[in-house]
Design a protein around this ligand. Structure first.
Ligand code: HEC
Ligand code: HEC
Ligand code: HEC
Length: 199
């Protein structure tokens, strides 16, 4: 009796472990901006935008005088590089320490900066759908594979006015985040283009 119970219990444990492994393996991974490069115009806008250059702010040699001053005002050492500092990378790179994402060991160029996937969701799965079904995929199909469209306030707030960043409204009201207003500053990410297909 006891043996049978133990057996069942072990079986259940095994099942739930297997399930956990499957669901982790099932989650979409980060692919980096190159994986989004059919969208040439958005790519170009983004590369020139503040999000595209977000990693630069962690490097003393690339920061502007204004950015150095902002750091100094918050009591930070603006002469230092922070590109190896794990506390900074989550919001200045793409998918930091997540599967496929930027890490100290995987610092691929197309994972630098706040990439497409930080607003639109990790792309390994919906990318394939976009390719395979092109004009015929539906928004619901893409959403089921992890695409976030249109990006929402919650996505932005993972980085903006977030308690993990010193650049938030508690340290200075200018770092507050008004979603509607900030969404209008399209030079900071990419312009709004008409979708080619209805989806
Ligand atoms: C939780 C996300 C997050 C983390 C962690 C984070 N940042 Fe940022 N950082 C942001 C956001 C968002 C902005 C843009 C804020 C704005 O303009 O409203 C920003 C802006 C900056 C700026 C420009 C400030 C200005 O006024 O121009 C610098 C420099 C910077 N970050 C450096 C760092 C450094 C160094 C670290 C680590 C000690 C760090 N960040 C950690 C999200 C983050
Ligand atoms: C800071 C967030 C953010 C980043 C980063 C971002 N996007 Fe977007 N994207 C948006 C928002 C918000 C919309 C929806 C615009 C609307 O409906 O007003 C959008 C819309 C789109 C659209 C629909 C057509 C259009 O252009 O409006 C495509 C395609 C797109 N993004 C691709 C990309 C690609 C590719 C990248 C990376 C090179 C990228 N996005 C980076 C926020 C972002
Ligand atoms: C992965 C983190 C991350 C996400 C997600 C993110 N941002 Fe940002 N954003 C930043 C960082 C870092 C900066 C500062 C870059 C710089 O100033 O060079 C920034 C800068 C900006 C700026 C320019 C601020 C300025 O004063 O120049 C705007 C506007 C902005 N973001 C809007 C948005 C919106 C809208 C969303 C969501 C649709 C969003 N961001 C999502 C990290 C993020």
């Amino acid at each position: 009796m006891l043996g049978k119970l133990l057996f069942t219990w072990l079986g259940l444990l095994g099942l739930s472990l297997a399930w956990a492994t499957i669901s982790v393996a099932d989650a979409p991974e980060y692919v980096g901006n190159e994986g989004c490069n059919c969208h040439k115009t958005e790519m170009k806008d983004w590369a020139e935008s503040t999000h595209g250059k977000a990693l630069d702010q962690l490097l003393a040699s690339k920061r502007s005088r204004k950015q150095n001053k902002a750091m100094k005002d918050l009591g930070m050492d603006y002469k230092k590089d922070y590109d190896q500092d794990e506390k900074c990378l989550a919001c200045h790179t793409t998918g930091f320490n997540q599967p496929g994402g930027y890490s100290l060991k995987n610092s691929k160029d197309d994972l630098k900066g706040a990439g497409c996937e930080m607003c639109h969701g990790a792309g390994s799965k919906y990318r394939v759908l976009h390719k395979d079904k092109d004009e015929t995929f539906t928004k619901a199909e893409a959403a089921a594979l992890g695409e976030i469209y249109p990006p929402n306030e919650e996505m932005c707030r993972k980085c903006h006015d977030n308690e993990n960043s010193v650049f938030n409204s508690k340290s200075d009201p200018k770092y507050g985040f008004n979603f509607k207003e900030r969404l209008e500053e399209k030079k900071s990410w990419h312009k709004k283009y008409e979708l080619l297909f209805k989806h």
